[in-house]
Design a binder for this molecule. Structure first.
Ligand code: F6P
Length: 363
C-alpha cells in the first residue's frame, strides 16, 4: 500500500543527517512511497506547515554534505513553545497544532531524527496519535539504546586532528594547551579523541576533577623532560567543588542551558596552581566539531539507519527507534532510549585504558 512519510531533523545539527534523509528517500522510492521533508524540526509543523517534497532528485549529491538540508532547531519543543505576546515571550503547549498539521499534510508516519530532546518530543507526539519512529543522532554519543549515535565518529575524527595539530605548536612553545570540546553530560568525545590524540589530561563530566592533581600531572611531565602538555576538557566537566560553567542559564535562553567557558576556567586554575614557568593557551573547538562532511563510518551508519527506519514503518513498528547493536541494526523502544543518558562508567574499561596509558583523568 502506498504511504506518505514525513521526516524531520531536530536538535543540534550533526554530520550524517543528510545521509539519513537520502537513505529514507531512496528506500521509500523503491516502495513508491512519498516523502515530505519538514523544515526546521518541529517548528515546521507549528503555524502554517512548512515542508518540501523529497524525491530521489532532491537528495542527489547530499550524502557527503554536513548539516541538514531540512534545517533544524533546538528551541522548537511544541510542548513548551516560545510564543510572543505583548512584547513578552511565554512558553505554551502547541502540540495539538503539530498533530493537526501532520494530518493536514496527509502524512501516515513521522521519522524523527534527533537526540534525547527530539526523541522525547516524538514519544509524546506518539501518545497523541502520530505514528513515529526515531533515528538516534548526536555528536555527544550520550543516547541510550544504541551502541553509538551517528555524528560521533566524525566529531572524534575532527578533535583528534585538532589535537595532532595542537601538539606541534604546544611542543614548539613549551606550552600547556587546554582544549575545550563538546560533551554536555557525557565525555565520550573528550575521552576517545583524547586517547586517539595522545592527550596528557582528559577531564570529563563523569569524573569531577581536582585541579591540584591536574597540576601535579603537568609538573611530573615537565620534570621528566616533556615541556608541554595537552589538556582536553569536555564542556560539561566540573571541578570536585564546582558547578558546570554556563554561558547562559536555561531561564536566560528559552529553556536551553548554553554551556561554554570551562576551558578558560581550567586554564586559569592551572595558572594559579602550577609553579612552573609555562605559558598556557586555551582553544575552544566549538561548532567546528559538528560541521562539515561525515566520516565514512557515519555515512554508512546514517544510510543504514535511514533504510531501516523505512523498514520499521513498513512493519508498523511505531514508538521504536533504529539502533546499532554490535555490527547489526536493531529496533528498540524509544522509551528505552530517552530519559536516561549513556554516560561513561568512571570505573569502566575505557577510563582504565586511559589511565593505564598514563593519561590523567582529574582524580
Ligand atoms: O548536543 C550536542 C551539542 O553539540 C552539545 O555538546 C552542545 O552543548 C550543544 O550541542 C550546543 O548546541 P548549540 O550551540 O547549537 O545550541
Amino acid at each position: 500500500m502506498s504511504k506518505t512519510i514525513a521526516i524531520l531533523t531536530g536538535g543540534g545539527d550533526c554530520p550524517g543527517l543528510n545521509a539519513v534523509i537520502r537513505g529514507v528517500v531512496r528506500a521509500a522510492s523503491r516502495r513508491d512511497w512519498r516523502v515530505l521533508g519538514i523544515r526546521d524540526g518541529f517548528d515546521g509543523l507549528v503555524g502554517e506547515p512548512r515542508w518540501i517534497e523529497l524525491d530521489k532528485k532532491a537528495v542527489s549529491g547530499i550524502l557527503q554534505r554536513g548539516g541538514t538540508i531540512l534545517g533544524t532547531s533546538n528551541r522548537g519543543n511544541p510542548f513548551s513553545y516560545p510564543v510572543e505576546q505583548d512584547g513578552k515571550t511565554e512558553l505554551r503547549d502547541v502540540s495539538q497544532t503539530v498533530v493537526d498539521n501532520f494530518r493536514k499534510i496527509g502524512a501516515d508516519a513521522l521519522i524523527a531524527v534527533g537526540g534525547d530532546g527530539t526523541l522525547k518530543i516524538a514519544r509524546q507526539l506518539g501518545r497523541l496519535g502520530i505514528p513515529v519512529v526515531g533515528v538516534p543522532k548526536t555528536i555527544d554519543n550520550d543516547l541510550k539504546g544504541t551502541d553509538v549515535t551517528f555524528g560521533y565518529n566524525t566529531a572524534v575524527g575532527i578533535v583528534t586532528e585538532a589535537l595532532d595539530r595542537l601538539h606541534s605548536t604546544a611542543e614548539s612553545h613549551h606550552r600547556v594547551m587546554v582544549v575545550e570540546v563538546m560533551g554536555r553530560d557525557a565525555g565520550w568525545i573528550a575521552l576517545e579523541s583524547g586517547i586517539a590524540g595522545s592527550a596528557d589530561v582528559i577531564l570529563i563530566p563523569e569524573i569531577p576533577y581536582r585541579i591540584d592533581k591536574v597540576c601535579a600531572a603537568i609538573r611530573r611531565r615537565s620534570e621528566s623532560g616533556h615541556l608541554f602538555s595537552i589538556v582536553v576538557v569536555a564542556e560539561g566537566a566540573t571541578s570536585a567543588s564546582g558547578d558546570k560553567v554556563v554561558q547562559l542559564t536555561a531561564d536566560q535562553n528559552l529553556g536551553v542551558e548554553r554551556l561554554g567557558g570551562v576551558g578558560h576556567q581550567v586554564a586559569r586554575e592551572i595558572e594559579t596552581c602550577l609553579d612552573l614557568d609555562m605559558e598556557l593557551r586555551t582553544v575552544v573547538l566549538g561548532h567546528v566539531q559538528r560541521g562539515g562532511t561525515p566520516s565514512p563510518f557515519d555515512r554508512i551508519l546514517s544510510s543504514r539507519f535511514g533504510v531501516k527506519a523505512v523498514q520499521l514503518i513498513e512493519q508498523g513498528g511505531f514508538g521504536k527507534m533504529v539502533a546499532l547493536h554490535g555490527r547489526k541494526i536493531a529496533f528498540v523502544d524509544i522509551n528505552d532510549a530517552v530519559g536516561q543518558l549513556n554516560l561513561i562508567d568512571p570505573e569502566g574499561e575505557l577510563v582504565e585504558a586511559a589511565e593505564e596509558l598514563g593519561i590523567m583523568v582529574g582524580r
